[in-house]
Design a protein around this ligand. Structure first.
Ligand code: DX5
Ligand code: ZN
Length: 223
């Protein structure tokens, strides 16, 4: 009974992905998201190497930082992120998430993010077993579970990834850790039901292809 009560009172955060925004009008898109109740702004950085797409980089993070007080939730889909951590922190990232598959220096990357005052996030591709994250769970503030293959917005949600949330939630409880669990990819008013354990929902196309306020409200609700 106590647990059920706790769960209801949990707050779920929404981090809209600007990958689906109008890049020619980013400032007004950010204002729209702020008015609509977004908690964070999710920024997808892609290098055309770790993923087969190129999106945005440091100058855009710097520019966003100037026009919003919402935390920038920066998702690095780049090879060897250790080359850029300092710059992404200087640019204004609040949460900086790297992929476990993208570097041989996962531990030092996470430590560097925290040392520079950031919140350290770790993500994994759908095909990567969640147990791969075990050695790092004590070093992260956020685990980002991909529910699509990283690289593009607008893909279909992969239901088979949900078991990763269960495992992370159990590990978090048994190890007495506090990291947030975030999901990214194909999240909408239907698929949100499958990710009830997640603390943070990323959504790109669902927020931007609908009325952002109604979409964010719907994602926040546990109904
Ligand atoms: C995919 C990105 C996602 C993407 C989500 O590589 O990490 O953040 O923008 O977009 P939707 O919500 O449209 O699946
Ligand atoms: Zn993302």
């Amino acid at each position: 009974m106590k647990e059920a009560g706790l769960k209801k009172s949990r707050i779920r955060l929404i981090s809209p992905s600007i990958l689906s925004a109008d890049f020619a009008n980013l400032q007004s898109e950010i204002q729209k998201l702020t008015t609509a109740g977004a908690d964070w702004i999710h920024v997808d950085v892609m290098d055309g190497n770790f993923v087969p797409n190129i999106s945005i980089g440091l100058p855009v993070v710097e520019a966003l930082k100037r026009v919003t007080e919402l935390p920038l939730d920066v998702h690095l889909m780049i090879e060897r992120p250790e080359r850029y951590i300092e710059e992404f922190m200087k640019a204004g990232s609040a949460y900086l998430t790297i992929h476990v598959e993208s570097t041989h220096q996962v531990e030092s990357c996470l430590k560097q993010i925290r040392k520079l005052g950031g919140k350290a996030g770790l993500s994994l591709r759908p095909r990567t077993p969640v147990e791969t994250l075990k050695p790092y769970l004590g070093m992260v503030d956020l685990v980002l579970v991909m529910t699509v293959e990283p690289g593009f917005g607008g893909q279909s949600f992969m239901l088979d990834q949900v078991q990763k949330l269960d495992w992370l939630d159990r590990e978090r409880a048994s190890l007495g850790l506090q990291f947030l669990i975030e999901v990214d990819g194909g999240i909408n008013d239907k698929t949100k039901r499958a990710v009830g354990l997640a603390d943070v929902l990323v959504a790109g196309s669902y927020v931007f292809k609908n009325d952002p306020k109604a979409a964010i409200q719907s994602l926040k609700s546990y109904d």
